[in-house]
Design a binder for this molecule. Structure first.
Ligand SMILES: NC(=O)c1ccc[n+]([C@@H]2O[C@H](COP(=O)([O-])OP(=O)(O)OC[C@H]3O[C@@H](n4cnc5c(N)ncnc54)[C@H](OP(=O)(O)O)[C@@H]3O)[C@@H](O)[C@H]2O)c1
Length: 261
């Protein structure tokens, strides 16, 4: 079993995936900003007989992330798999387009993944063995309503991973892109699924993601119902797709992924 560096481990999909991979015997190096949540996850994994190390760090800080990888490698051994999962986004209000917010969403979802890849890839290339995994989104398949920044970032991420997969052929490095639709990471609220069709429960989603990671699949796209619906909108004449999608996005709520206080 190798060492997996997983970003965005403190909550949601990343936390669930970390538990699953650790239960399967992976040694886990866990990255996120909220150190108390990372510490509680390490304690949980160790209580279950696993091995994990908390590396509190912001993925948009290239130097800090490279240092975190150095610490992981000196304490645990070479990182054999990266799961670049840290991400998230807030709705974009196109009528009040804010380039600063756009930049922060792209920095987290796209540059943050590039920072993680840059930190682990040289070692993987030197060893001729490794696995790069990133959590994208079905929102990366096309520009979705109220998602200009998030769709742009996840679309860019899909292309980043595709290019890496091509360029790393024959080097012993697998590349996997996970593309979930909506995943329920918090308890159900009445009316909480509005604007989030075909939502999948967290543990169902992360079980599928874990299987795809362990099988080193190139891509995992799910659920098919939402993937098909999004794909069909691309086949419609321009204008009709806009009419169908208009007003179906999320509205701005409290900001997510703010740095911790
Ligand atoms: N939930 C969905 O419906 C859904 C659907 C498709 C794709 N996804 C993708 O799945 C991934 C996980 O999302 P989630 O739904 O599980 O959201 P979440 O519960 O908000 O988790 C996001 C994780 O990213 C970490 N993170 C955020 N900004 C960070 C930063 N600057 N540096 C380091 N870590 C950072 C957060 O930790 P800290 O705040 O502690 O730093 C947290 O652990 C994201 O890439 C998201 O885009 C989610």
């Amino acid at each position: 079993m190798g060492v997996t560096l997983l970003t965005g481990a403190s909550s949601g999909i990343g936390r669930s995936l970390a538990r699953r991979l650790a239960a399967g015997g992976e040694v886990m190096a866990l990255v996120a900003r909220r150190d108390e949540l990372l510490a509680s996850l390490v304690a949980e994994i160790e209580a279950a007989g696993g091995n994990a190390l908390a590396l509190p760090c912001d993925v948009t800080d290239r130097v800090a992330l490279a240092n975190a990888v150095d610490i992981a490698e000196s304490q645990l051994g070479p990182v054999t798999r990266l799961v670049a999962n840290a991400g998230g986004g807030e709705p974009t209000d196109a009528t009040q387009f804010d380039a600063g917010v756009f930049e922060s969403v792209v920095r987290l979802n796209l540059v943050g993944v590039a920072n993680a890849v840059a930190a682990v890839l040289p070692g993987m290339l030197a060893r001729g063995d490794g696995h790069l995994v990133a959590t994208g989104s079905l929102a990366g398949c096309r520009g979705l309503p109220s998602a200009a920044a998030y769709s742009a970032a996840k679309g860019g991420l899909a292309n980043l991973m595709d290019s890496l997969r091509i360029d790393l052929r024959g080097r012993g490095i697998a590349v996997t892109l996970l593309m979930p639709g909506f995943v329920r990471t918090k308890p159900k609220k009445p009316g909480g699924s509005r604007g989030k069709p075909f939502r999948v429960d967290l543990e169902v989603a992360t079980a599928r993601m874990e299987n795809a990671i362990l099988a080193r699949r190139r891509r995992l796209i799910f659920p098919w119902s939402l993937a098909l619906a999004i794909g069909l909108t691309r086949l419609l004449p321009f204008g009709i797709d806009e009419w169908l999608l208009a007003g179906r996005g999320r509205t701005a709520g409290p900001r997510r992924n703010e740095p911790p206080a």
